[in-house]
Design a protein around this ligand. Structure first.
Ligand code: AMP
Ligand code: MG
Length: 267
């Protein structure tokens, strides 16, 4: 999955990334679906181990343009995982109370504790994305945030948190189809937000904001992955595989009992 990881200090030009790429799993959709079922099972085992060992923390950040597939990724990649061990934190427009604090205040509260896996559906990155595109704070303020983000994530990492950040990359044509589907299919209409059409017009500004954010904050301790996301099955496989590989690298073990089980007799 290295091909999708953004090397620290590199300059991202999204024009050079292909949202249709499927080079890591060229077998196609039906094989891909089978593979996802295997991934779901493996993730379930690893999550249980994470919980049992109670040592590591895992933070997964999902960012995307509107309709990019954050919700679908959560639904499909984490299917089968015990809901007791995984939590989703969704970041919406900040409340007045949240706006009264620094931008990381509401985020820090949601980070995983030991044995826990937390998925950020949007994140502190909105504070250098939507906030920048809409000039919600002056440039002097948002431009300093990249460094604050790197410091914050470094703190989490040094205290034992594995951080994986995914940008689900779709293109404008794919977004058009997905927005149209939200209008055409009655069960998807609740997701349609007329505001999304205004955001769509700002696409080039978002691209620039994403390029900057990813370039400045892909670090050895909290790497970004740019996930080709025009094909949903492929996106799920990439995200699932990156997470599983990272969990396997933790070399987790079930805790040793503090008693000798062969000594214990249950009457
Ligand atoms: P959704 O994820 O579709 O439910 O939409 C959530 C909305 O909240 C999006 O339009 C985000 O851009 C917005 N949002 C999230 N975080 C922030 C933030 N820090 N400042 C402003 N808007 C935000
Ligand atoms: Mg939305």
């Amino acid at each position: 999955m290295d091909r999708y990881r953004v090397k620290p200090d590199s300059r991202v030009d999204l024009g050079e990334w292909d949202p249709n790429d499927k080079s890591a799993f060229p077998e196609g959709k039906s094989e891909g679906r089978k593979r996802l079922l295997e991934l779901n099972q493996r993730l379930e085992e690893l999550q249980e181990l994470l919980y049992a060992e109670h040592k590591h923390r895992v933070l997964i950040v999902l960012q995307a343009m509107d309709t990019g597939g954050k919700d679908g990724t959560i639904r499909h990649v984490f299917e089968g995982v015990n809901p007791q061990g995984v939590r989703v934190a969704s970041f919406k427009k900040p409340t007045p109370e949240e706006l009264g604090h620094d931008f990381l205040w509401r985020v820090h509260e949601q980070v995983p504790g030991k044995g826990e896996m937390v998925i950020f559906n949007r994140s502190h990155y909105e504070d250098v994305l939507v906030v920048r595109v809409h000039n919600l704070v002056p440039k002097e303020v948002w431009s300093k945030r990249y460094e604050h983000i790197n410091g914050f994530e470094r703190l989490l990492a040094e205290e034992g948190t594995t951080i994986l950040k995914f940008f689900l990359y779709i293109d404008l044509d794919e977004q058009k189809e997905r927005l149209q589907a939200r209008l055409d299919e009655p069960h998807k209409r609740w997701k349609f937000n007329p505001e999304d059409l205004k955001e769509r017009k700002l696409w080039p500004k978002y691209v620039k904001a994403y390029e900057d954010a990813i370039s400045k904050t892909s670090t050895s301790w909290a790497p970004w992955y740019i996930v080709p996301a025009n094909r949903k099955w492929y996106r799920n496989l990439v995200v699932g595989t990156v997470i599983i590989e990272a969990l396997e690298d933790l070399n987790m073990r079930y805790p040793e009992p503090e008693f000798d089980p062969t000594d214990i007799k249950i009457e």
